[in-house]
Design a protein around this ligand. Structure first.
Ligand code: MN
Length: 189
């Protein structure tokens, strides 16, 4: 069984009091789900959409797999302003994920370049493609919204403990112009 530690940093765009980004980390038997949602726009309406996504992901069994979780989100957000989301399910040293829109994922050991599907969850038809990577003990991955610059480099903090590493990256790469969210996960055994 894979043991996973995570740390998340998230804050609303400057001038907003609620966050249109959301993070969910959830464990179910031998599996762990890490999901990052970025509802379109920002402010209270985006916040409500992101929370709806969290609620749905909190109530869906992880056995269905990442592409089905994304499809369930797509259906649940229909009629809303929509969202981008990327999620990964960690199990037995494997990371399997799926994303629609621009929530980025960084992971070592990916079998092929990770391609996120275009589109908006809740909007027009999407094609949910899953991606996969192997993760060994001590390895880290990151999910982050577009409030964080893509220059983010996990290797630059590899000697720091997980919490410090996440906070350091967030301090350096989060921007005030959008809600910003970063989750770093580490396989601990
Ligand atoms: Mn955003």
């Amino acid at each position: 069984m894979t043991t996973l530690a995570t740390h998340a940093c998230s804050r609303p765009r400057a001038g907003e009091s609620v966050n249109g980004d959301a993070v969910l980390v959830r464990r179910e038997r031998g599996r762990a789900l890490v999901a990052v949602i970025d509802a379109l726009g920002h402010g209270p309406v985006a916040h409500a959409v992101a929370q709806k996504a969290v609620q749905l992901l909190g109530a869906t069994p992880l056995t269905v797999g990442p592409a089905s979780l994304i499809e369930a989100l797509h259906a649940a957000l229909r009629g809303s302003r929509g969202a981008a989301a990327t999620l990964v399910v960690i199990e037995d040293g494997h990371l399997r994920g799926c994303g629609v829109g621009n929530v980025e994922v960084r992971t070592p050991g990916a079998a092929s370049p990770i391609v996120l599907s275009r589109g908006v969850l809740g909007g027009a038809a999407i094609r949910a493609r899953a991606f996969e990577a192997r993760l060994s003990a001590g390895e880290r991955f990151a999910l982050f919204t577009d409030g964080i610059t893509r220059r983010l480099d996990l290797r630059s903090v590899r000697d720091l403990p997980l919490v410090t590493a996440c906070e350091d990256l967030f301090a350096r790469f989060a921007q005030d112009i959008d809600d910003a969210t970063l989750v770093v996960g580490e396989i601990t055994s």
